[in-house]
Design a binder for this molecule. Structure first.
Ligand code: CP
Length: 314
């Protein structure tokens, strides 16, 4: 059976822990030049096809770097929305079937439509990885986020995580909330302007788990709660429909060094990046702002992901 990666919920707690352990091993191996060169003998001759219908820096380049460090060959269609035959009206199911027919071992897809990678997977002969689908999910970002939390706190059980910003269209927070809910005694604190609150589908799914949820509309209100991780996100302006965001909303959802002063002592600040003004530049230099470590963790985690997917390919 093909090992597609399409949504967070397909992974159990044990799966996530296994991915974190493997990413930690890859992270250690990458630091040493000799072992880095040895790693290139892992999957020689294997072909990764990369198909991005939306812009990306981290996901695209870290997947391609991961494939490189594992000795794979990479073919890509950059800006697939404009330069693939989708523009002529090709159905995504056909695109998947066609690309996989070139003895491709894995297809990495970022899509502007929710469910786009799943459609490409429908008739694909190779595993498909969802590298972000519209306002839907970002399961590989979820794995690197979980790895970053695990690496910092040495555990995920009992963690208290603030998910802040655009929770309506932010696919990273949707995937992360689902993954965190698989652990014990987890508390999620949602803070978003009313028009960008977490959608019902995720809330309903979370209600089936033991996770505790608190909701706020103003960042100020969060500081009455203890927390370990503040996961901030940008407003996905490209996905907004009729939502009206006031200037006040934008201002009050910006993290500054003043906010960091009010963080609990050991709390960390994460962000999937890119930052588009919702965290001020000075914050970058605070050791609690770990979003560059988080983004670096994308490489070893995506090596672990490619390994998992390819081990399932005969
Ligand atoms: N975090 C993330 O998905 O970044 P990119 O859009 O640059 O891939």
């Amino acid at each position: 059976m093909l090992r597609h990666i399409l949504a967070s919920d397909q992974f159990s707690r044990k799966d996530i822990e296994r991915f974190c352990r493997r990413a930690a091993q890859y992270k250690a191996l990458l630091k040493n030049k000799t072992s880095r060169l040895k790693l290139q003998k892992t999957f020689p001759g294997r072909l990764m096809q990369s198909l991005f219908f939306e812009p990306s820096t981290r996901t695209d380049l870290s997947f391609r770097a991961a494939a490189h460090h594992l000795g794979m060959t990479v073919h890509q269609v950059a800006n697939a929305k404009e330069f693939s035959s989708a523009v002529k009206g090709e159905r995504p199911e056909h695109t998947g079937r066609v690309i996989s027919g070139y003895y491709s071992d894995v297809i990495v897809v970022r899509h502007h439509e929710e469910g786009g990678p799943a459609k490409i997977a429908e008739r694909s002969l190779a595993p498909v990885i969802n590298a972000g689908d519209g306002g839907g999910e970002h399961p590989t970002q979820m794995l690197l986020d979980m790895f970053t939390i695990q690496e910092r706190f040495k555990k995920i059980d009992g963690i208290r995580v603030v998910l802040a910003g655009d929770l309506k269209y932010g696919r990273t927070t949707r995937s992360l909330a689902i993954a965190l809910s698989k652990f014990n005694n987890v508390e999620l604190i949602f803070v978003a302007p009313k028009v960008l609150e977490m959608k019902k589908d995720i809330i309903e799914r979370l209600k089936e788990t033991s996770v505790r949820i608190t909701k706020f509309e103003k960042m100020e209100e969060v500081f009455q709660c203890p927390f370990d991780v503040w996961y901030h996100t940008r407003v996905q302006k490209e996905r907004l429909k009729n939502e009206k965001l006031t200037k006040e909303d934008q201002k009050t959802f910006t993290i500054t060094t003043e906010h960091l002063k009010r963080f609990p002592k050991k709390a960390i600040l994460m962000h999937p990046l890119p930052i588009a003004g919702e965290i001020t530049e000075e914050v970058d230099h605070d050791p609690r702002a770990i979003y560059f470590t988080q983004s670096d963790n994308g490489l070893p985690m995506r090596m672990a992901i490619l390994e998992w997917v390819l081990r399932g390919v005969q």
